[in-house]
Design a protein around this ligand. Structure first.
Ligand code: GCO
Length: 261
């Protein structure tokens, strides 16, 4: 059974892995034995991230490029396959959020969120999957969100992208399962990261609301995602296709409870 989750000899490409949930999932994959390729867009942040990975004993290959730029994606995916080796696992984690009420949102800002959070994963998968199809083997993990299933004021663009990412994941599963490629998603609930700091800090009203709305009664810790990432990256999920694994402390399972209880 242990071997089902063993990633020794596998190579994982994790986008947006210079911090936050991407880094946490990448570390989990590395601890299960995978060799890491990580992407980011900020050279300084990536330099610090590589140091952190290496200080924890993980060998990483790091690349700075924009997942929405198909030429950059094609160049870097080709470079990895040629110079480093087969990409066995793709984790489409890179994403942005802009918290603006829809009625006030600039169209260009809406487009930017959709571009990074929904088009980027398509571009990455399009260029990685051709090698996986040749090998008749591969794992694709798209990082969705609780907003894949629920709306919240001011995150409409993000929710639209993450909702679309569920159906893109199911479509990938539909078209690529025949090549022994499993495409699935992970839907994080509310996690304590830089992305959520604005709604956690300084007694923000959402902080107590989220804790009360989450049956586990706490914000997720990025390390809570590692197990699901390893599961969907390993042989343990070879007959799992098109599923979104929600790692959310139970928030999607309940209508919640009155604040005073
Ligand atoms: C927000 C949060 C959420 C979470 C996460 C939930 O503003 O409501 O940022 O979007 O970060 O995506 O899965």
């Amino acid at each position: 059974m242990k071997n089902l989750f063993d990633l020794q000899g596998k190579r994982a490409f994790v986008t947006g892995a210079s911090h936050g949930l991407g880094m946490a999932m990448a570390k989990g994959l590395a601890e299960a034995g995978a060799e890491l390729i990580v992407n980011g867009t900020n050279p300084e942040r990536m330099e610090k991230a590589v140091e952190e990975y290496e200080n924890e004993g993980h060998k990483v290959h790091s690349f700075i490029f924009d997942v929405t730029d198909e030429n950059q994606v094609k160049e870097h995916v080709g470079k990895v396959e040629k110079d480093i080796g087969p990409i066995d696992i793709l984790v489409n984690n890179a994403g942005i959020i802009k918290r603006v009420p829809l009625k006030d949102m600039e169209v260009e800002d809406y487009r930017k969120v959709i571009d990074v959070d929904l088009v980027g994963p398509f571009i990455m998968a399009k260029h990685v999957v051709k090698y996986m199809i040749e090998r008749k083997e591969g794992k694709i993990i798209n990082i969705c969100s609780m907003m894949t299933e629920l709306g919240r004021d001011s995150v409409g663009a993000y929710a639209a992208a993450k909702g679309g990412l569920k159906m893109l994941t199911r479509s990938m599963a539909t078209e690529w399962a025949r090549y022994n490629i499993q495409a699935n998603g992970i839907g994080p609930g509310y996690f304590a990261t830089a992305q959520t700091e604005p709604i956690r800090k300084d007694g923000h009203p959402l902080n107590d609301f989220i804790i009360n709305r989450t049956p586990a009664g706490r914000w997720g810790d990025p390390s809570d995602l590692a197990g699901s990432a390893v599961f969907l990256a390993s042989k343990a999920s070879d007959f799992v296709n098109g599923q979104i694994v929600y790692v959310d402390g139970g928030i999607l399972a309940t209508i919640g409870k009155p604040a005073e209880s």
